[in-house]
Design a protein. Sequence first.
Lengths: 374, 242
Amino acid sequence: MATTELCSEEALRFIWGGAIPLQIHLHESEVTTLPPPPPALILGPRIGYLPLLVPLLKPYFSSTLPPGVDTVWFDYKGLPLKWNIPTGVLFDLLCAEPERPWNLTVHFRGHPGETLIPCESEDNVKWSFINALKEAAYVINGNCKNVMNLSQADQFELWQSLMKGNVEAYQRIASRLKLGPIGEDCTLKTGAGQPRQALGEADTAGSSRVGRIPVRLYVRNIIQDLDDFDEATAVDSWDSISYINRPVEIHKHEGHLLTLRTALKALLPEIFDDETMPDNQIFSKEEGCQVTNPSFEDYETPNSLRNVETEEASIISDSVVLSKKPKVKLIRIQGIELDLSIPFFWVVNNLMNPDYFIHICVFTEASPSQVLVR
Amino acid sequence: MSNLEVWDGTISQKDFYVAARTLVERWKQVNPSLPQWTWIPSKSTLMGSSCKEEGYLSLENMFHIDRNEECLIVDSFSEREETDDVATLVHSTSNETHIYDFHIVYSFSYKVPVLYFHGYQSDGQPLSMDEIENDLPPSSSKILRESKWTYMTLGEHPYVRRPWYTLHPCATSDWMKLLLGGTSMKDLDISSYLLSWLSVVGQAIGLRIPLELQQSSNSSSSRRGATKSPTGTEAVEARSGQ
């Protein structure tokens, strides 16, 4: 079936197997014993969510906690972490230069309710995920009936398979949702001879249909004239990260030529302007020569993936950007620094999260003068 | 029902902006003494100049007034010309007074408006989910108990970027389609979309929608019939003219 060509099983397994080594410290204000407990070392699945680690962390730190009621939350260098963002996306976004292990702080008290949605139980995470899945289904099919109509048992199994990282079990149920894969023209492929929707919704049929791809875009501006990400300051507030949650819309005739660049340009026309972004401009000289692959580097990278990542990435463009607009420094999806000329359908089919969203981290860089102008 | 001309209940971002202006104007005509809906343009510079219409509607400082068994009513504490027999105004400044802010945000995923709201006490302390549940009309608090995770949850407000309560929009296009029943694209007065939408959503959260708000809107309002609440579990008669 065509499915195997469009989606790489290998890529899927790498996405599901990707994990961030975490070193989790208990916040000093909650340490009541001496000596303080050593940090916990845990592998956090990229497609997972931080609160799902609580059952591992709680017994580890419980003996030293002050009395009180738990509402667990995490911070990275003082920035409270949004738990509804997958762990891998948080890492890609907040660690411009990957930090291993990733040092996080866990808090069991003093939840900052003004800025963070409280996460009281696994149910919060599960429903945040299911609601994201519903949203993705709506974007793709114009309704979320397939997700709503999942039986309780299937819904339970879908969630359990995500928590356990069981990709086969997940695929078994997810494939019934008919949310992918998309073909080279970026429109949804359905099984041969199979009605695309039993429901016969008018908005999902017809040749004039616009394909929609669920995308969550996180744009972080590095306000520095540095090539060295190590010196990029930590994010001290979520206000400095723009979050754009809107689908990429594709008209059928456009789909075939669609690259990651064209898709991003549709969402961020000001930044992905052709003039300010000639091909390969995203990589600075230093980075262009050493494309790293944070999520996969602990593994043997399969050739198919490596080729896509490194192709053209080392070509260096010397064209000078005179525009005042922020310059795109880096695009990262699933820990991979991507070239913008990659076909968008490949990105969608292979790099999406289990919630059927493509989470894209975009780093932009404004020159110091631009910052002053603001 | 394969006719593509049939409207699917959604609205484009541009039309949302148009409908927002209509709501702002109608509200002002009908409720000159209440807090006003205002359009808050997005501060994001990322989307560029192409999106002047990017933003959301805001109605803030509405006071919650508990009228016994009746639906929760949210009202301004300023004067009203309503002649309800129950006490209308609460001048209390105690911490018991609940104040609500309402925002209507366009969802690009669902292509419909989404209500976000935020409740707090007069000292600024945010209300808990339980307190909010108590303020809701009985029909809504019932739905909330039955479908805790799919009706109303705390979510991140896309512009304010803080936790606000939100009503899930996944069924909105369906009930909007029913509400403006069978309208074909060309007959649809999209500018009245938000007036109709608010007549349903307002009821769900107890925001009193003046009857006049919709009355002078287009002919489609006369076709309005019984419809479903956002979760579809309970029939709600949209407020129609008496």
